[in-house]
Design a protein around this ligand. Sequence first.
Ligand SMILES: CC(C)(COP(=O)(O)OP(=O)(O)OC[C@H]1O[C@@H](n2cnc3c(N)ncnc32)[C@H](O)[C@@H]1OP(=O)(O)O)[C@@H](O)C(=O)NCCC(=O)NCCS
Length: 263
Amino acid sequence: MVGGGSAPGPVYFDAAGAEVGSVREVGTPYWPLADLRLRTGDLLLRPITEADLATIADLLPDDVELDPAAPILAGLDRRLQRGVVLHQAYWNARGTWRLEHWRLNFAVFAGAELIGTQELEGEDFAVLRTVDTSSFLAVAARGHGIGKRMRRAVLALAFGPLGAQVAVTSAWHDNSASLGVSRALGYQPNGRSWHRRGTGVDEFTHLRLTRDRWLSAPTGPATTITGFEPCRPWFALAGDAAQATPEGTGPSQRSASASPDSG
Ligand SMILES: CC(C)(COP(=O)(O)OP(=O)(O)OC[C@H]1O[C@@H](n2cnc3c(N)ncnc32)[C@H](O)[C@@H]1OP(=O)(O)O)[C@@H](O)C(=O)NCCC(=O)NCCS
């Protein structure tokens, strides 16, 4: 067994202490991202594991867009087909993790229930210090402010220990909920573009949140971040101690000084 002898694997608890899974991550010492945790109120965000995939595929709402270029497998109904794409996207993100391009996708738990996912993505992050986000929630979980809370949690990671300068996001012009999350968190317009949508063409809205705006945004529930330190090399932050912040910094926990790393 890798890295831990016969010791039992980590058992995960939500903020209230309830067990939310005991999946053993093979080789966790070689993949410390598996132990990263973001907690805000009763929400827990932890990186998706292979054991979550069927649950997430079962949960996947019809309005969540997946890779349109994914191969269509003959004989599978739409739900199965989409589940296959989701599985491959997970393996792809892990297998192709590079400093130049990484995708960190979290399962979102409310108490013990997995209710959605929240992804943080970095393209040439070490240089650009820019992150992108995407997410979905089960239909029943929407409209209660959870979308904002889980986005805020990954932004606390981005503007906190990761030292991001900018967060961007994009959505179809008519995706009111996604655009609503972004605007509520202080993102500003960042242009529009046109893309193929189904058989037609439609407008994509781009939004951008700077570090300064994040630092001056209305405070929300605190996000507690644990397990980040061993992950620093995965983000090209190994020799970058000056960029480090205490774990758990978020807008409501930042220090009075608006230092570049206090968000
Ligand atoms: C996007 C998504 C995660 C948002 O989560 P949510 O919990 O429903 O959103 P919230 O309740 O946090 O609402 C955020 C803001 O948007 C507004 N909003 C939410 N749903 C809305 C809707 N259908 N129409 C208009 N505004 C809406 C809210 O009023 C809130 O703004 P406010 O704080 O100014 O009042 C969720 O709707 C979803 O899973 N959508 C499908 C997948 C998707 O489109 N993902 C984004 C593309 S990557």
